[in-house]
Design a protein around this ligand. Structure first.
Ligand SMILES: Nc1ncnc2c1ncn2[C@@H]1O[C@H](COP(=O)(O)OP(=O)(O)OP(=O)(O)O)[C@@H](O)[C@H]1O
Length: 279
């Protein structure tokens, strides 16, 4: 039953997730009415995310990473003159099958519902209950929680709760996942485990991932490309390819001399653009 459910999701995904699910951003700006006196948080942002690519957005606190992710997810409207597209189409509202995962996992799980019923929440009313359950089971299997279906959120560790959040996104069969510091609050070992789980899932599904973090090592370890935001208003300070072998390993990858070069290069960009840096 479990295998069938997984196969069904795998079949449904084959050939879809990698089709044309990329982002194209040209001359993008954003501001908040009432925030910063309406001044732009960032402007002149240009970058592409290819279908199936894993791109991290890196930058200091308050630079605008979350805002940019919300723009990509259609949750915050870009300013005048901006051109933001997903799968070739200009964004108007949240695109179908583009799903966000936030850091604050504890607050976003409903405590009175089981793991399984939290995961199928987004499917309710859209398909028969049996199919909802099958898809929830398949998503929970992908994140390694198939044995915890009947637990309640209070019975889960922080890492398990974040896995449930990821399953809740996967159950929607996303073409693209937008992740906002999803592992920021986890201890180092749990974080590493979830990073590897995410890379495995991305490989299986072919999803596009845009991942916001302020953790340099996390960005290098996970990504095909890294976009560094800096300045005020922020712009793209660096857009660089992570030319490390795609099979990542927490120990071997981080010992690769190229990893250390990339780390130094990105650190220098971030450090030199930090407004708190002493002259
Ligand atoms: N709802 C809002 N209203 C007004 N200003 C906001 C709002 N949300 C964010 N801002 C401002 O926009 C700027 C960018 O915020 P954003 O959360 O995008 O940055 P960030 O790079 O994700 O920061 P962090 O790494 O600390 O989470 C900040 O100066 C913040 O104060």
């Amino acid at each position: 039953m479990r295998t069938q459910a997984l196969d069904r999701v795998a079949d449904a995904r084959t050939g879809t997730a990698s089709s044309n699910a990329g982002f194209a951003c040209r001359n993008v700006n954003a501001s908040y009415t009432g925030g910063h006196g309406g001044a732009p948080i960032f402007e002149g942002i240009d970058f592409d995310v290819a279908p199936g690519e894993f791109v991290s957005i890196l930058g200091g606190s308050g630079v605008g990473k979350t805002t940019l992710l919300r723009v990509l997810g259609g949750l915050h409207a870009a300013g005048k003159g901006s051109d933001v597209r997903f799968a070739g189409q200009p964004l108007s509202g949240a695109p179908d099958r583009v799903v966000m995962v936030f850091q604050n996992y504890a607050a976003s799980l409903l405590p009175w519902r089981t793991v399984e019923s939290n995961v199928r929440l987004g499917l309710e009313g859209k398909m028969p209950r049996r199919e909802q359950r099958e898809r929830a089971l398949a998503a929970l299997t992908m994140v390694g929680l198939a044995d915890n279906l009947h637990y309640h959120p209070r019975q889960l560790s922080g890492g398990m709760q974040q896995r449930v959040q990821i399953a809740r996104a996967l159950v929607m069969d996303p073409l693209a996942l937008l992740m906002d510091e999803p592992f920021g609050a986890l201890d180092a070992i749990t974080k590493a485990t979830l990073q590897d789980a995410l890379l495995r899932i991305q490989r299986q599904t072919g999803m596009t991932v845009v991942f916001v973090t302020h953790d340099l090592d996390e960005a290098i370890y996970l990504s095909d490309r890294i976009i560094v935001l800096a300045g005020s208003p922020a712009g793209v300070a660096r857009d660089l390819a992570v030319d490390l072998p795609r099979e990542r390993d927490q120990v071997a990858t981080k010992a690769d001399p190229r990893y250390l070069e990339l780390r130094q290069e990105i650190y220098t960009v971030m450090h030199s653009s930090d407004p708190r840096r002493r002259p």
